[in-house]
Design a protein around this ligand. Sequence first.
Ligand code: FES
Length: 119
Amino acid sequence: MAEFERHVFVCTNERAAGHPRGCCSAKDSVSIHAALKTRCKREGLGARVRINKSGCLDQCEHGPMIVVYPDAVWYGFVRIDDIEEIVQTHLVGGDPVERLVLAAGCVNTARCPHHVCGA
Ligand code: FES
């Protein structure tokens, strides 16, 4: 069996309602994960692209979150309507969907304007 070309992680972490950082599952990430799997399978990518649920990616304020490796592309605020473009442009075409890529200042930094400090 060939190695996977890409590994896609969709955060489906769930937190109690009212948590200050929120969570991706409350923003429809479980449906996004399912749609991504279905769409990749239909595109014939099943043997080349692995789609997995993940726990918290520590980017909660930007959720729903998806990260694609080995590209290390972090997608934030993803909606189910974005799945087709991610599949066609990135997973088939090889180019990240720039409009969904988190700004460098938003990934893993407390300086991000979206970040809820101390949560
Ligand atoms: S809950 Fe999804 S990144 Fe934290």
